[in-house]
Write a protein that binds this ligand. Structure first.
Ligand code: DAH
Length: 339
C-alpha cells in the first residue's frame, strides 16, 4: 500500500507539472482528491478491507498525501492567477480613457487664515507660541488681573472641568505662560482654540479660534500698537481698509481698546453684516496692565507692552463674505472646497 501511495504522489506531481491551464489543474484535483471517484478517497474507503495491522498507517499516510496534493493544487492555481494578471493587465490598459481624478486636499479656511496671519507677524519678527487648551484657572483669570467676581468667570461663560481646571476661554493665557518662561523683549503671537458655552447661532460657536498677540520691551507705546495693528489689517484685508479704535475695558490692559475695521463687504456703506454701521469689530487690544507684569515678575517701571486678541472666524467671514460661522465646522466639502 505504501508503494501505491508513493506512486500516486509521483503521478499527481507529474500531472500538475504538465497541467497547462486552471481547468486542467481542476481536473487533477478531482482525479486525486475529489470526494467522488478521487484516487485517495477510494483508498480511504477501502481501508476496512485491509489486514488490521495496515489500516491505521494507511489511513494516516493517505490523509497526509491528500493534504500535500491539496497544497500543490493551490500553488498551481496561484501560479496561473499571477500569470493571468500580468499579460492581461497590459491588454486592457486603454490609453484613450480619461485619467483617474485624484482630488487635491487643501487646508481648512480657518487654517489658511491662521497661516496667513502667522506669515504677516513673522515678517515683524513675532514668534509663534502655543499653550494648552485645558488650562488652570490661574492662567485664564487670576494672572490676567481678572477679579474673582468677574462675570466671565461664571459657569455660563466658561467650561469648568473641576479641580480648578477649565477649557480656556481666551488665548490670553499664553501671554502669561510665555512671560513666565522668557524675559523681555517679547514679540509673540499665539493662535489656538478657545471654548465658551455660548448658544450656537450664525455668529457664535462653543469652540472658536483666537490669535493672541504680545509685545513687551522698554519704551513700547500705544502708537506701536496702532502701527502694528494697522500694518496687520492692511496686509490681511488690503491697503484701503480703515481702522477705528474705540475706548474699551479689559482687566489685563490699561488703557484698552476695541478695534473695528471698515466693513469689507459693503465697503463701509452699511449692510446686514455690519448692522448698517459700516464698521465691524475684529479685535480687542490695549497696553498691558502693570499688575500683569508684577504677577509674572517683570519690572513694571521698566517695561511696557501691548497685547491684542484677534477673532479668527470673524476675520475669515469678513474676508470671504461668509454669513454663518457654522459652515466652518460642518465639514461640508461643497463649502470647504471653495477655498
Ligand atoms: N481675550 C480677549 C477676549 O477673548 C481679547 C483680548 C482683548 C485680548 C484685549 C487681548 C487684549 O490681549 O489686550 O475677548
Amino acid at each position: 500500500m505504501k508503494e501505491k501511495l508513493n506512486e500516486i504522489q509521483n503521478q499527481a506531481k507529474d500531472d500538475l507539472v504538465n497541467a497547462g491551464s486552471p481547468e486542467e489543474v481542476e481536473r487533477v484535483k478531482t482525479k486525486y482528491i475529489g470526494r467522488k471517484g478521487g484516487v485517495i478517497n477510494d483508498i480511504i474507503k477501502a481501508i476496512p478491507s485491509l489486514p488490521p495491522e495496515q489500516r491505521s498507517s494507511t489511513g494516516k499516510s493517505a490523509n497526509i498525501l491528500k493534504q500535500e496534493i491539496g497544497k500543490w493544487i493551490e500553488e498551481a492555481k496561484e501560479k496561473f492567477a499571477d500569470k493571468k494578471q500580468a499579460p492581461g493587465a497590459k491588454e486592457i490598459f486603454d490609453l484613450s480613457l480619461p485619467g483617474e481624478n485624484k482630488p487635491y486636499g487643501r487646508k481648512h479656511p480657518l487654517t489658511q487664515t491662521i497661516d496667513e496671519i502667522k506669515g504677516i507677524f513673522k515678517t515683524l519678527c513675532f514668534d509663534i507660541e502655543y499653550g494648552p487648551e485645558v488650562e488652570h484657572e490661574y492662567y485664564n483669570f487670576d494672572a490676567l488681573n481678572i477679579p474673582a467676581d468677574h462675570p466671565s468667570r461664571e459657569d455660563f461663560d466658561t467650561f469648568y472641568l473641576g479641580n480648578k481646571r477649565l477649557l480656556r476661554s481666551q488665548t490670553s493665557t499664553v501671554q502669561i505662560r510665555v512671560m513666565e518662561k522668557k524675559k523681555p523683549p517679547i514679540r509673540m503671537i499665539a493662535p489656538g482654540k478657545v471654548f465658551r458655552p455660548d448658544t450656537v447661532d450664525a455668529r457664535h460657536a462653543s469652540m472658536f479660534h483666537q490669535i493672541e498677540g504680545l509685545m513687551v520691551d522698554e519704551g513700547v507705546s500705544f502708537s506701536d500698537l496702532k502701527y502694528v495693528l494697522t500694518l496687520f489689517a492692511q496686509s490681511y484685508f488690503g491697503q484701503d481698509i480703515k481702522m477705528r479704535f474705540r475706548p474699551s475695558f479689559f482687566p489685563f490692559t490699561e488703557p484698552s481698546a476695541e478695534i473695528d475695521i471698515s466693513c469689507s463687504l459693503c465697503k463701509g456703506k452699511g449692510c446686514s453684516v455690519c448692522s448698517q454701521s459700516g464698521w465691524v469689530e475684529v479685535l480687542g487690544a490695549g497696553m498691558v496692565d502693570p499688575n500683569v507684569f508684577d504677577t509674572v515678575g517683570y519690572d513694571s517701571e521698566k517695561y511696557t507692552g501691548f497685547a491684542f486678541g484677534i477673532g479668527v472666524e470673524r476675520l475669515t467671514m469678513l474676508k470671504y463674505g461668509i454669513d454663518n460661522i457654522r459652515l466652518f465646522f460642518e465639514n461640508d466639502l461643497r463649502f470647504l472646497s471653495q477655498f
